[in-house]
Every structure is written in C-alpha cells, then in structure tokens.
Design a protein around this ligand. Structure first.
Ligand SMILES: C=CC1=C(C)c2cc3[nH]c(cc4nc(cc5[nH]c(cc1n2)c(C)c5CCC(=O)O)C(CCC(=O)O)=C4C)c(C)c3C=C
Ligand code: FES
Ligand SMILES: [Fe+2]
Length: 430
C-alpha cells in the first residue's frame, strides 16, 4: 500500500537533517515581542464588507481554485516541488527551500508510477475546465445581470498556476485601470487553511505583485479587480443532492435484502493532528457534509466518516480508511460503499488509493464498492451555478467565518490575505 507506507520513506529521506519532516509543525520560533504582536493580530476579526448589489454588472470572471494535479507523468516533479514548497500545506520553517525539493525529488518516481497506473496523469484539469465552462453557461442564463461570466482555473501546484490565471485575467481586460469583478470560487467544499487557505494566500500574493497596492481614489475606484470569495459550501443542497443520488445509484447494485445493511464509509483526505489542533475548520465541515447527505438519505444506512492519504510519520486524523475497510471485513461486514466526500473530481486518491489499493487489495472487490466522483455530473454543475448566483446576489465579499483566523495561527500570510479579501471595497458605477 504505497501511500499508506509513504511516511517511512519520507522520514528516511530527511533523516540526519537539522529540521526533519517530523518537526514540520514546530519550526517557527518566535521572540516574546513577536509573540505579543502575534497574539494581538491573531485575535483580530476582520468584518466582511458588503458590496453594492446594484453596481456589480458583467463581465464577471469566475475563478475555480484547486490544488491541481500533474497532467502527465513528466509534470510530477514540478507538482511535488511546488507542493512541498508550500508552507501553508507543509511548514518546514527555514529549511523549506532545502528540504522541500529534496523530499519532492525523492518522492517523484513513486508518485509517477501511481499517475502512470491511472492513465498517465491527473484528470483534474480536464474536469475543472469542463465544470467551470458548463457552470458559466448556466450562470449566463440564471444571472443575466452579471453576464457574461468568464471561466478561469487557478491551480496551486500545477498548470494553470495562479499567476498564469492572473496574467490571463489582465490580458482579457480585467484590472489594469479597468476594474471589473472576479469571484474566487474554491473547489474544496470544506474549508481548510492547508487547501482553500493556501490558494487564497497565493491569490493575494499575486494580486499584490501584479496589480500593485493602489489605494482607493477619490471616487472610490482604483482600477484594480474587485474580488469576492466563495470560501466554503459544505452543506449546499445541490452538492448534497449530487452525493446522495450517486450513493443511491451505487446501493442499487446490492441485492434488495442486503441493501439497507450496506455500511456507507465516507472518506476524506486526512489532516495532520497539528493542523487539526491549530483549529482548522475542515474536520467540522466534512462532518457537516456527511451529516447533511445522511439526512437527505433519511439515515437509510449505517455510516462512518474516515480519513485517507496520510503522508509522513506524524499523527494524522483518523480512523484511516484502509484500516476501517480491513477491520469491518474482519468483523464480517463485507458490504461497504466508499464515498470520497472532500473532492469534486477524480484524482490519485480515488483512482489509485481507493480503487487499486483499498478495494483492489480487500479481497472483496464484488462487495466493496466506490461511488462515482462528481466530475461532469449535471446535478453538481447546476449546484455550482446556483451557488455562484446566490453569492453574486448576496453582495458579500466572503463568509463571516473566513474573517476569523485559527486560534493558534501565527501566519502573516493568513492575516494579510484575510484582511484583503474581507475588506474588498465596492466598485461604484460598474
Ligand atoms: C480536501 C482535500 C485535501 C486536503 C485537506 C489535503 C491536505 C493535505 N495534503 C497533504 C500532503 C499531500 N497531498 C498530496 C496530494 C493530494 N492531496 C489532495 C487533497 C487534499 N490534501 C489531493 C486530491 C491530492 C492528489 C492530487 C491528484 O492529482 O491526484 C500529496 C502529493 C502526493 C503524495 O506525494 O503522496 C501530498 C504530499 C498535507 C500535508 C495536507 C494537510 C496539511
Ligand atoms: S492557519 Fe488557519 S487562519 Fe492561518
Ligand atoms: Fe493532500
């Protein structure tokens, strides 16, 4: 089980180095004065600004944010290099620039084999571009006042990178003195500072670099892009409906007399306990999605939430998906349906880890099954459009929840980017 044993290989790769993989969460060192400053800024809640509903006319850019994945095996090394360079995902402190590439290089051949096994690359770009385009077509119809809607994709670790998306936005006539409205739409339904938080910090960084720091002019306009954020949507009814329909479809594959005893195993990407204990909202929001889906199903079946894809030797949030499947089978429960609940399209965690490893090695491929990922599901794409329309109608810049930092957050990036997105001004006259 390559992914599950990956921690040992990683710690081997970094052993002997001053700050190892195992200390990724404790590498920041603060002096007393810095701590006092941090304590003050940590507690700051930045109230979101309400936008003037009448002023937001099209064109409107809708930017799908996600982690991305290598489209070919040749892109794996760059993907992993970017991923291990991301201090919002894997904080390696002052050794980030040294340790990051080292771990990425060591890991590349193994991960290349996994992408080769699922057809030579991640399908996430194909699905994201399709979902964004189809959603914009629906949005043009249901929200003519903000049309035309232009789809963009910004990945954190693979093409199209955030900076490539931003350059395209500028080339397409947004910003650069022309203003215009853009919605940063996370494609992670549940918020984690390591995923959506990282993408927003990156977007804020490129916004500062490519659009400068121009303050509001006398008329309130500065010609930069007016950003708003859809930062989480764990219980959106269209999302819940799409998941529920896929589960119902899968349950039909079991004989009627066994159907209501099939155990539903929701599986989400895990988080290191250091991130959970920092106060990350993700576990609660994943739990909320699971509960909403079960409510929609009328609690027809027994269910559990488990977590997959731990990397490195630190403690991660459990129970592990692979272990849960093995233990239920050992207890005699062989009818199991796996439901990837925290990602909206296929990726190595579904196509390789769940299909090839967890199900493939369970010895019960005929009774342990996985529901389809949302991918091009029309119910899901309509949900995305409804969600975007409600956001555009609401006039809010981001959720109230996004303005609050984790209790133990010490990151200046989080502080500044939250301040920026929560404080985006209205754009009168546009
Ligand atoms: C909601 C989804 C995800 C969360 C939360 C998440 C947190 C998280 N991930 C790592 C480390 C790695 N993740 C890797 C790949 C990867 N991660 C997700 C999703 C979430 N990660 C996906 C969908 C993928 C695969 C992308 C694809 O194209 O298929 C990897 C690289 C693969 C590997 O080397 O095993 C690492 C490393 C951490 C540390 C973390 C939380 C802090
Ligand atoms: S880590 Fe959660 S807000 Fe900074
Ligand atoms: Fe991950």
């Amino acid at each position: 089980m390559a992914l599950r044993h990956s921690g040992r290989a990683l710690s081997k790769a970094t052993s002997g180095l001053a700050s190892s993989w195992s200390s990724w969460s404790t590498t920041l060192r603060w002096k007393p004065a810095q701590i006092q400053h941090q304590m003050r800024t940590m507690a700051t809640v930045v109230p979101p600004v309400t936008q003037d509903k009448t002023s937001s006319k099209g064109p409107t850019a809708i930017v799908f944010m996600n982690m991305g994945g290598p489209s070919t095996t040749d892109e794996v090394q760059d993907f992993l290099s970017r991923l291990f360079a991301d201090a919002d995902l894997i904080p390696l402190g002052r050794l980030q620039n040294y340790l990051g590439p080292l771990i990425a290089n060591r890991r590349t051949p193994k991960i290349q084999k996994q992408y080769a096994a699922i057809g030579g690359g991640s399908p996430i770009r194909k699905w994201s571009e399709y979902q964004a385009e189809e959603m914009c077509k629906i949005l043009d119809k249901i929200s003519p006042e903000t049309a035309p809607h232009k789809p963009y994709v910004a990945f954190r670790y693979a093409h199209p990178y955030t900076e490539e998306m931003y350059e395209r936005l500028l080339a397409d006539g947004f910003g650069n003195g022309k203003g215009g409205r853009a919605v940063a739409f996370t494609q992670y339904p549940q918020y984690s500072c390591s995923t959506t938080g990282s993408s927003l910090n990156e977007l804020w960084k490129w916004r500062q670099r490519l659009e400068g720091k121009s303050g509001p002019l006398d008329d309130g306009r500065d010609g930069t892009i007016q950003w708003s954020v859809i930062d989480r949507w764990p219980v959106h009814e269209g999302l819940v409906e799409a998941f529920a329909q896929n589960i119902e479809k899968k349950l039909e594959e079991y004989p009627k007399e066994r159907r209501d005893k099939v155990v539903l195993l929701f599986s989400a990407h895990s988080l290191p306990m250091s991130v959970v204990n920092r106060g990350d909202p993700y576990p609660a929001e994943v739990g909320a999605t699971v509960y909403a889906v079960m409510q929609r199903l009328g609690f027809s079946n027994p269910y559990r939430l488990c977590y997959q894809s731990q990397v490195g030797p630190q403690p991660w949030l459990g129970p592990q998906t692979s272990m849960s499947v093995e233990e239920y089978i050992a207890k005699g429960q062989k009818d199991l349906v796996l439901i990837p609940i925290a990602f909206t399209s296929d990726h190595i965690e579904t196509l390789y880890e769940l299909d090839e490893e967890v199900i493939g090695e369970s010895g019960h491929k005929d009774t342990v099954k996985r529901v389809e990922s949302l991918n091009g599901n029309p119910v899901f794409i309509k949900a995305l459009a409804d969600l975007a329309k409600s956001h555009l109608d609401s006039g809010i810049t981001c959720s109230a929840q996004m303005s609050l930092r984790c209790p133990s957050c010490k990151s200046e990036r989080c502080l500044e980017s939250k301040k920026f997105f929560a404080g985006q001004q209205t754009l009168p006259g546009k």
